[in-house]
Design a protein around this ligand. Sequence first.
Ligand code: COS
Length: 381
Amino acid sequence: MHFDLNENQTMFRDMVRDFAKQEIMPIAHQMDVTREMPDDLVEKIKANGFFGLSFPEEYGGLDVDTITYGVVVEELARASAGVCIMVTVHNSVGYYPVAGFGSEELKREILPRMAAGEIAAFCVSEAGAGSDAASLRATARKEGEEYVLDGSKMWVTNGTRAAFFVVLARNPGSTDHRGIHAFLVPRDTPGLSVAKKEDKMGLRASDTVVIDLDGARVPAANRLGDEGDGFRIGMTALDGGRIGVAFQALGIGRACLEAAAKYSMVREQFGKPIGRQPVIGNMIADMGTELDAARLLAFRAAWLKDQGRRFTKEAAMAKVFATEAAGRAADAAVQIHGGYGYVKEYDVERYYRDVRVTRIYEGTSEIQRLVIARELLRELA
Ligand code: COS
């Protein structure tokens, strides 16, 4: 066992760190205020190949391993969690259902386009189906060699920019997860529309929308996997996605730690820097320790995925621990900044808002604990 990144992983980390410093950090605040991500930033992200991170080289991707992917995600999130989530949703829950379950023909047609920057989104949640994903109500009615999709999907990251939507919908009349199918739905499909853009607490650079499906027809060739495979495809994709969310939270947490450490050494009270005073020093020590522990969990989950081994439990552990540790780090960073942490002039105010959703999306902390408990009980009881 060793804890060093290899040469390639280090190279990627440094490259993304430089990119984030030059291209993202200077406009992170502005993107948060305006709720807009400039098109030219998206073009630069494309040009650097970040939309093809997970994709095999034969489909035009960079084919990085999951550790490298995690390191890249952490660097992006450290600069802007909103930019980060656009890249990670595309590379995980957008990419994986197609790569893992699409026909060879579909993969040859779609994956190179996705890797080149035609963005993907993932549509599972609905107004009444959040944690209980299998209760989704959108329908997919088969008509000849097509499916007709009806329903409404919520919390769709990348919804305004996406060229492709991975959609879970059920056989009309079916009641459990075995009736759910997965589809790749191109944006220009008549009947697919963006109904609403959410005005969110955080991740404001990233768009989150409601997608309406009103008689949207997709060829049967766009079904991913067999009929009834949709729920398993969605859950497997989310397992991978949760590793990304863990690294995203780590990136925000690290930004909090760095900001708190710097501030605590320039801010003087009672005649010396507050960082030299035990109450603040202890807070910084806890932030660093918890984030390092979270990183080790995230690396383990990533490593298991790269070994082709099961990682459902480990991804859930990494997500719940990293997102909660990062939440505590954000809280401490605001506290250490005092009043300055409560105003938008200081980045920790944004980190505090951005980190909150990491405990909610791609499975709440409560769902991660449910998954972990189920797996442990299966192993141990
Ligand atoms: N990988 C592969 N298959 C999985 C799986 C996983 N991680 N989790 C469940 N499955 C399979 C099960 O093996 C089972 O298959 P069989 O029918 O062959 O037995 C099937 O899916 C149903 O599983 P289960 O009975 O566990 O389903 P539940 O309805 O109890 O739901 C949870 C399981 C709660 C784990 C699931 O609904 C979940 O993850 N919810 C959160 C959804 C989420 O993350 N939403 C956010 C979307 S992004 S905004």
